[in-house]
Design a protein around this ligand. Structure first.
Ligand code: TYD
Ligand code: MG
Length: 453
């Protein structure tokens, strides 16, 4: 019989080695390997055979509903809509957005509304002094709201303090300024942001306090750089808009307690953010009178719809010279294809015209679903007949001139309706609520419709 081989067990992690080493290969601890003894191996067995020794967990059937705690409506209807009908107690939320877009203003308003309805709310700022936050609240006409303020950056201090008050809502503005003493590193580093968020999320779950983390968006658009934060929280909201424009959109990117296809629309005004229940006024005054050569396309950015304007300009050439074709934000090969289909299938020739195509706002479109909107802008520019300004256009064009259906049509149309659009020119068979749909089986039909205007 072969002599049983001596084994060495790490007392730190329980892993087994065949020979003695100064450092454990698994957990990298030093001087923890000891020759296997009966006792050690039973500890090892207990560690690695997980049956027995634990608590028994209650199992629930799919047919037994567990009551979700009731949502807390903040009273700011557009905010409540975006989060799926109110704040869920004990949930963790991340609100991201560019610096200066209005995150602090939004959350101060949410805090004040909720506090006014009798719920305890604590607002912790790591960026401004409590006095600065208070002055802003007074400017917003919220000076009387019973929100408790603090300026702090130590997660330990914050949780110790907040633990005594058991608030319904805790706002942390911003997570990048927080630091946890459980790990080393300066505030704002990936590991600090992660550790701080972990502590705060755990607090939310344990105490039933809803925690909102404000996060700045980095240049590449992700919140706080690492995506880890997005995995740790229940809901991720993004607050978007152009700083030079008034309107702001609050959009759920992720929501464990609701859908992600609702948005909240606000306008930034002198007295803070006002709700815009009917965004058409805001959006369409901004667009103004219908102009020939433009169309609006509901694009998708990941899983999110974004409305973009497509602009076309055609300039007649005297003769002879080769006409220029230039496209910004759109593939020039695809532009040539659409021009060819318009000529071959609809008899509209661009042969003697220069064609310029631009996607407004520096947006890059790569989605063939925009074909029909591009064609509409081109025909509109050529014929000087505007596409109605409250109309969105979507559909992919085949070489035969047929219009093909596109992905996420319902979601795109929902966003358009929310933003105040009234009609949509779409491929045959597309369904959408809240808009009058004109369905087209082929490009010819759309051209006829446009030229008849
Ligand atoms: P803020 O909420 O501080 O943005 P964030 O927290 O996202 O960095 O908002 C900053 C901008 O909002 C600031 O440039 C001024 C503008 N603003 C208004 O136009 N009206 C207001 O009532 C307030 C409070 C801010
Ligand atoms: Mg701020």
């Amino acid at each position: 019989m072969a002599k049983p081989k001596t084994k060495y067990v790490c007392q730190a992690c329980g892993s087994v080695a065949n020979r003695w080493q100064g450092q454990c290969a698994d957990c990298a601890e030093w001087n923890t390997l000891v020759q296997e003894a009966a006792e050690v191996s039973s500890i090892f067995a207990a560690k690695h055979n997980l049956q027995g020794g634990g608590r028994s967990i209650a199992l629930v059937g799919l047919d037994t509903p567990t009551a979700l705690p009731e949502r807390l409506p903040s009273g700011l209807a557009e905010f409540d809509r975006a989060v799926g009908g109110g704040i869920v107690p004990g949930s963790a939320m991340l609100v991201g957005g560019d610096p200066g877009i209005g995150k602090s203003t939004l959350l101060l308003q949410v805090a004040a509304r909720l506090a006014n309805s009798g719920r305890p709310v604590i607002y912790v700022s790591g960026e401004e002094s409590a006095e600065q936050v208070r002055l802003r609240a007074v400017r917003l006409g919220l000076g009387g709201a019973p929100v408790r303020l603090a300026a702090a950056t130590s997660v330990r201090d914050i949780l110790t303090t907040v633990g005594d008050h058991a608030p319904a809502l805790l706002i942390i503005d911003s997570i990048q300024t927080m630091h946890s003493d459980l790990i080393e590193g300066a505030p704002g580093t990936v590991s600090q942001v992660r550790a701080s968020a972990q502590e705060l999320v755990r607090f939310a779950k344990e105490r039933g306090t809803a925690v909102v983390l404000v996060g700045h968006v980095t240049k590449d658009g992700s919140i706080a750089g690492p995506r880890v934060l997005e995995h740790m929280v229940d809901t991720v909201l993004s607050f978007e808009g152009e700083r030079s424009h008034q309107y702001r959109i609050l959009r759920a990117i992720k929501n464990r307690f609701g859908g992600t296809d609702e948005i909240g629309v606000f306008a930034m005004e002198g007295a803070g953010l006002t709700e815009v229940p009917n965004p058409s006024a805001l959006f369409l005054t901004h667009r103004g009178e219908p102009v020939s050569g433009t169309s609006v396309f509901p694009a998708m950015e990941g899983s999110r719809p974004v409305l973009v304007e497509i602009q076309a300009l055609t300039v007649r050439l005297a003769s002879g010279a080769t006409p220029r074709r230039a496209a910004v934000g759109w593939d020039s090969g695809r532009l040539a294809m659409i021009l060819a289909v318009l000529e071959a299938r609809c008899g509209i020739s661009f042969a003697t015209a220069e064609v310029y195509l631009n996607v407004a706002g520096g947006y890059r479109l790569q989605d063939p679903a925009a074909d029909l909107a591009v064609a509409a802008a081109l025909v509109s520019a050529m014929s000087e007949r505007p596409v109605p300004s409250e109309c969105v256009v979507l559909g992919e064009i085949a070489l035969s001139g047929e219009i093909r259906p596109v992905a996420h049509a319902a979601l795109r149309l929902k966003e358009a309706a929310k933003l105040g659009f009234e009609t949509a020119w779409v491929p045959k068979g597309v369904k959408g609520e809240g808009l009058r749909l004109a369905e087209f089986a082929n490009l010819r039909g759309l051209v006829d419709q446009l030229l008849a205007r």
